[in-house]
Design a protein around this ligand. Structure first.
Ligand SMILES: [Zn+2]
Length: 304
């Protein structure tokens, strides 16, 4: 299978339009070692000419336009994009669905609870149902191997990762949803090759560790370097763990928890603009690399 990173930053991108932190300032000025990044988006291809989008970022339109592999065949509307798989109902994971509303039949997989938020609680997403046939909302049950790539043999398993439902979902709806279905990782398998996609790991459970350790490629939550990162930059706010992201450094952080040995590539995605690992000359970036991890960038590709 082929994997592409179309966007590697957390919500807001890098630089973020309303942020003047040291990182954003340097990225805005084009300094070397501060590569700009669009908002996190990945895609997996189980066979030539067929792509499955992993989440739908707010930058999705530009991300698809900038890569000729996603172009429709000449004089047709035969897009190679047939399917979207969502890991949560977060705005940054679903906003790009609205970029796919041009009367395009699609399959959209998510947990039953995330589907309830999108298809029942938010009338805006009904614009996707105007296509003929309309978008097909398909439930992805937890911990079940689901064939997702047609004849290619690609399967997908939803791994519950803890985390919360987004604030925009109404309180009544949230109260009736299964908490385990809020945020998932996606474990793809094809021809015994494994790809794990987990851009949001709360750290409330260890369920992410086994698939991360055994994947040939794992795209993992690299949102925050330290637990108090946002508080230190903004002078207040929540810790990384309170927002639902395990930090990279510190006690119980990802670098401490991931064993260094392993055959696969482990790559951090969804980096917040405040993360010092975005500075390629920083000690944080060095520590990430010393731990055997890589930092994703827009346009990164893998074939396994
Ligand atoms: Zn910033």
């Amino acid at each position: 299978m082929k994997i592409k990173v179309l966007g590697s930053a957390a919500g807001g991108g890098f630089p973020q339009w309303n942020c003047g932190c040291a990182n954003c300032d340097r990225a805005r000025r084009g300094l070397s070692g501060f590569r700009p990044r669009t908002q996190a988006q990945a895609a997996v291809s189980p066979s030539p000419g067929s792509w499955i989008l992993l989440n739908a970022s707010p930058d999705l339109r530009q991300q698809l336009l900038s890569d000729p592999e996603f172009a429709p065949a000449a004089n047709t509307r035969a897009t190679p994009v047939s399917t979207v798989v969502l890991t949560s109902a977060d705005v940054d994971s679903v906003m790009g669905l609205l970029h796919l509303r041009e009367f395009q039949p699609l399959r959209v997989f998510a947990t039953p609870s995330v589907l309830a938020i999108l298809a029942e609680d938010n009338s805006l997403f009904r614009c996707l149902e105007r296509s003929e046939p309309p978008v097909s909302w398909e439930p992805l049950p937890l911990d079940a191997v689901v064939p997702i790539g047609g004849l290619s043999g690609l399967t997908c398993k939803a791994v519950p990762l803890g985390g919360e439902y987004p604030d925009y979902a109404s309180v009544d709806v949230r109260a009736n949803l299964a908490s385990q279905e809020a945020v998932i990782g996606l474990e793809f398998v094809q021809h015994r090759k494994r790809f794990f996609f987990a851009p949001s790991i709360s750290g409330q459970t260890d369920s992410w560790k086994h698939p991360a350790e055994h994947a040939d490629v794992a795209l993992l939550d690299g949102t925050f370097w330290s637990d108090r990162e946002l508080i230190e930059v903004r002078g207040g706010g929540k810790t990384a763990r309170e927002i639902g992201h395990i930090p990279l450094c510190g006690p119980g952080g990802m670098l401490e928890q991931l064993p260094r040995a392993g055959k696969g590539r482990r790559v951090l995605i969804h980096l917040n603009n405040t993360n010092p690992a975005l500075d390629e000359t920083s000690g944080a970036n060095r520590a990430v690399r010393d731990a055997g991890l890589e930092v994703a960038y827009d346009g990164m590709e893998f074939e396994i």
